[in-house]
Design a protein around this ligand. Structure first.
Ligand SMILES: [Fe+2]
Length: 424
């Protein structure tokens, strides 16, 4: 139930009293500290922990008030959140409630500071650092994004946010809708740009709008749509002429079509020749974009909370050990068995063959569709590490007669897919 009462809507107060009180508390404490930017995250976190919104906010009543009453703080035009409601507003900071229906946030840093609190639902929270950061332009940097920590944030958890490069994170919301409360500054001076990180090697400024590059990408999209034969050659020539930043965006925009034309490897080579070692991370980053986009697309039509959790792990936890650990925390039983169960539930077998998410059973193995799922799951069991260290591999397989070629083919299919994280 997301709305209180279906028949009668009682008169109630606008300007939610809980958040008004919370805002006043933060204002008084921060003002007493001369609005020190360094102290704000701790002040915001402490206020949220002392008086937890998850324990005290009546969400249906809050929604009803927002819809029926007219006196509210200033509402922004922000498209962050699905939607964002502002429940306290002051020139120095504000309090927002963010709804998340299917939103997974990019890996990002912030131009503001404060604290966030899980009001409803739960999220996988990953924190990163960007090592060997090398600015290429004001809007693009190369480096190595390293996962520091992944944890499950349950309802009621509060985390501090600090602006700048010291706090890089992503959230994957497991329930729909999830809700977070954020107490935040408007903007912290000197903290721009608010880089978005493209793992494993790039940081880009998502706000930067080079309108010439935007129009060039749109024009290339036209050439793609009409199957213009010179698309490949003209993109290669652009990559030979353009600087790193603009060349990368042209490459990112066109990589799907370049791949379809069989020209992606050549395009990456041209880019590498032009930019030398600075370009080393570009190929792996583009491949990771494809993998992540695929997982996000799956998540948009998979509603089972356990399956969404599995996709979230594949997207956010880049190691078998980490994935199994997170599953063990949340789902009873052996995590390896849980993965195999989910893989089976997420599989599809048609006359054309069997898939598990985006892992496609290799056609050239000549296995009947009715037998493919069993073979796929068997290989996944090995991919997960069970028997991986054993040199008696064949003797422990359910089907010891399976030839090495078949195993290699299946393993390659898994390694090419979104399930690759399970083998790392
Ligand atoms: Fe954030």
């Amino acid at each position: 139930m997301f709305l209180a009462g279906t028949q009668e809507f009682a008169e109630s107060s606008s300007m939610d009293p809980f958040f008004t009180e919370l805002g006043r508390t933060v204002l008084a404490r921060w003002s007493a500290q001369n609005f020190s930017p360094a102290l704000f995250p701790a002040i915001a976190r402490t206020a949220l922990e002392e008086n937890s919104p998850a324990d005290h906010v009546d969400i249906p009543a809050l929604i009803q008030d927002f819809l029926l009453e007219d006196e509210h703080p200033f509402q922004s035009q922000s498209s962050f959140g699905q939607p964002e409601l502002i429940v306290f507003d002051h020139p120095r900071f504000y309090i927002q409630i963010l709804f998340w229906l299917d939103g997974t946030t990019d890996i990002h840093q912030h131009m503001f500071s404060g604290a966030f609190h899980v009001l409803q639902g739960s999220s996988i929270h990953s924190q990163f650092e960007f090592e060997n950061r090398q600015p290429v332009s004001a809007h693009l940097q190369v480096g190595k994004l390293r996962l520091k920590h992944t944890e499950l944030l349950e309802t009621g958890r509060t985390e501090e946010i600090t602006s700048g490069t010291g706090y890089i994170h992503s959230l994957f919301h497991l329930e729909s809708p999830s809700m977070t409360v954020v107490i935040r500054t408007h903007t912290d001076p000197g903290s721009a740009p608010q880089f978005t990180y493209l793992p494993p090697h790039l940081a880009v400024d998502p706000i930067h709008n080079d309108s010439l590059t935007t129009r060039r990408k749109e024009l290339l999209d036209v050439l793609e749509r009409i199957d213009e034969p010179s698309y490949g050659p003209v993109v290669l020539e652009m990559l030979r002429r353009l600087d790193f930043e603009r060349g990368f965006f042209i490459l990112q925009n066109g990589m799907g079509h370049l791949h379809a034309l069989g020209a992606l490897d050549e395009a990456l080579e041209v880019f590498a020749q032009k930019h030398g070692p600075l370009a080393d991370g570009v190929g792996p980053t583009l491949h990771e974009i494809v993998r992540r986009d695929g997982l996000v697309a799956f998540r948009n039509h998979i509603e089972d909370p356990e399956h969404r959790f599995f996709l979230a792990l594949l997207l956010n936890v880049p190691s078998r050990e980490g994935i199994l650990q997170m599953i063990a925390q949340r789902i009873p039983g052996r995590p390896e068995d849980t993965v195999l169960r989910w893989a089976e539930e997420l599989s599809e077998t048609t006359e054309q063959g069997t898939t598990i998410l985006d892992a496609v059973f290799p056609e050239d193995l000549k296995v009947a569709p009715s037998k493919q799922l069993e073979a796929f799951l068997e290989e996944l069991r090995y991919f997960l590490g069970e028997g991986r260290d054993s040199d008696l591999r064949n003797s422990t397989r359910a089907n010891p007669s399976a030839c090495e070629g078949e195993m290699n083919g299946l393993r390659a299919a898994l390694a090419r897919s979104s399930l690759m994280a399970l083998g790392l």
